[in-house]
Design a protein around this ligand. Structure first.
Ligand code: 13P
Ligand code: SF4
Length: 379
């Protein structure tokens, strides 16, 4: 999506002036505004956030302040759409820079997914298949899943959602991230060689033989995150050689061999938790976006924390939320001009909400069951 250039007055402000004006606008708006910040946002943005989190947590946090008129989402477009879908109509979700998208989310569009579904339903009854979309997708793909008895998942609940999906049907179409799908499927015991196929939307039958598709339980869309594709097994080996005893934690958007070689993997919220709960002196190599890794290192000076990739680069679209844009958006809100509102049309929002509500229902009941199991084990 396009973002109009900022009025020059904003780019001419010093950093200090920009932050001071954000603070003033926030104070003036008071309870009328809530600022959410994804963990990949730079510190200069995170300092203004009322809530920070992974994509699941932020989707839930967005619903905590029904009194707020504005939810300013410092993250990427699909996150802002989700916040809009889950909140009442009177709340307006603002994305400070409309060009903050997600290159992975762009790897699947509704026409391609519909075409894939048509090919699959020519082979199998529609009610034997369950579509599951990663949160990192456009609202119309979430709606596609909602309308076809499917659901959304995030990196923090992919396993619970896939387990749920396999209770609903025999096959799952998972998009757009093949790696999260594959890593989760492997953890559940699904054979990646004989029970999974990768679906290339550019090719007939996704580039597979009919026999392979008929055998597959998990059909993985050919999509990926270019930030997480940078991490390799060789980097893990090098880190272990240089820092004996170092622990490796990666995001499940990394490829299979990286996830398998790591000590553990999980969502951004999970990565923060394992690092926080580790004893002082623990060494960590982290395979995820660099702003989060730097913040972890700063917040845990008693631990050694490094990025797995020596040539680190941020998620370029998350990075588009620059403080100048936040300042511009907040001051406009203060002056009564609603800029950069993300509003999902109700016909799409309705079915997308169905898919998101399924995700939330399944996740919360899985978390309750886990809490009961761990209380029973410890008590
Ligand atoms: P999390 O839900 O783990 O924060 O992931 C979002 C994301 O975009 C990772 O690349
Ligand atoms: Fe999208 Fe990857 Fe950036 Fe996450 S890190 S927002 S998946 S491009």
């Amino acid at each position: 999506m396009m973002q109009a250039p900022l009025p020059p007055a904003y780019s001419q402000l010093s950093d200090e002036q920009t932050h001071e004006r954000i603070r003033r606008a926030k104070q003036a708006l008071g309870e009328r505004v809530v600022i959410l910040g994804h963990h990949y946002q730079r510190d200069e943005i995170i300092q203004h956030a009322d809530y920070r989190g992974d994509s699941y947590k932020l989707a839930r946090d967005a619903t905590r302040h029904p009194e707020a008129e504005f939810i300013v989402f410092c993250g990427v477009h699909f996150m802002a759409e989700t916040a809009d879908i889950l909140t009442p109509y009177h709340q307006k979700v603002i994305l400070p820079n409309m060009s903050a998208g997600c290159s992975m989310a762009d790897m699947a569009n509704i026409y391609q997914v519909r075409a894939c579904w048509r090919e699959l339903t020519a082979l199998f009854p529609a009610d034997s298949m369950v579509p599951v979309t990663y949160m990192n997708s456009a609202a119309n793909l979430k709606a596609f899943c909602g309308e076809r008895s499917g659901a959304v998942c995030t990196s923090s609940n992919a396993r619970a959602i896939l387990e749920w999906a396999f209770r609903q049907g025999e096959r799952v179409l998972f998009f757009p991230d093949q790696h999260l799908g594959r890593n989760t499927g492997i953890a559940m015991g699904i054979d990646p060689d004989s029970e999974m196929v990768v679906w290339d939307p550019e090719l007939p039958l996704g580039g597979n033989t009919e026999e392979a598709v008929r055998r597959a339980k998990l059909i993985l869309w050919k999509g990926h995150c270019s930030v997480h594709m940078r991490f390799t097994r060789a980097q893990i080996e090098a880190a272990r050689k240089t820092y004996p005893g170092i622990k490796v934690v990666v995001h499940p958007e990394c490829r299979r061999e990286v996830v398998e070689a790591a000590d553990c993997n999980g969502s951004t919220e999970y990565i923060i938790k394992v690092v926080r709960e580790s004893p002082p002196g623990t060494q960590w190599a982290v395979g995820t976006e660099i702003n989060l890794v730097h913040r972890l290192a700063a917040e845990h000076p008693d631990k050694f924390i490094m990025c797995l990739d020596p040539i680190v680069c941020p998620c370029s679209t998350m990075y588009r939320i620059h403080p100048s844009y936040l300042c511009w958006a907040m001051e406009n809100l203060m002056q009564g001009n609603v800029v950069n509102q993300v509003r999902v049309p109700e016909n799409i929002a309705h079915w997308a909400r169905v898919a998101l509500d399924r995700m939330i229902g399944v996740t919360e009941s899985a978390r309750r069951a886990e809490a009961v199991a761990s209380a029973t084990a410890t008590g």
